[in-house]
Design a protein around this ligand. Sequence first.
Ligand SMILES: [Zn+2]
Length: 170
Amino acid sequence: MTHPQQAEEWKIEKRSRACSLCQRVFRSEEEHYSGIAETEGRFGRRDVCLPCWEKKPELFSFWRTRTPRREDRKLENIAAMTDFFKKLLEKPLEEPNRQKIAYLTALLLARKRRLKLHGSAGGKLRIEKTWDGETIEIPDPPISDAELADLRVQMEQLFEIEVGAGDLAS
Ligand SMILES: [Zn+2]
C-alpha cells in the first residue's frame, strides 16, 4: 500500500515557526505556547508568543514550549499528539470530523507505540492506552480517499509531522 514515491508527495515545506497572532518568527529556543484551536469541528495549529498569550486565545488543548532543536521537536510533537488525543476522549462527540480525527490520531499514536491496536469490528476500533493500560473502543468511521487526503494535511499541520501514506493504514 505504501509506495515510496507516493509517500514523497506528502512531504510539505516546513516554515519557521511564527506567532499565529502577531506573525513574528520565534528566535531559537524562545519560550512560547503552542496549541490546537477548534472552529466548527475543524482543528488548526496555533503558536502564540508570550505577549500575545496575555490576550488569552481560546484553544482546545495547549502546551508551553520553546522553539526546539530538531530531535526535541519530534518528541514534543508526540507528547502533544497524546495530550490532544486524551482531550478528544474526555469530550467524545458525535461530530463526524472529530471522530475521524480521533481515529487517525489513534493510528498515528500506535505507530509511535503510545497505543496498541486490538482490531476493528462493528464500526469500533479497540485500543489499549500505554499511559494507563486501559483498553477502550472508539468509533472507526468510514473515510473516503478524498477525505483522507484532506485530513492527512490537517494532521501534518497540527503536529508538524510528515504523515506517510502507510501511517494512516489500520
Ligand atoms: Zn505574538
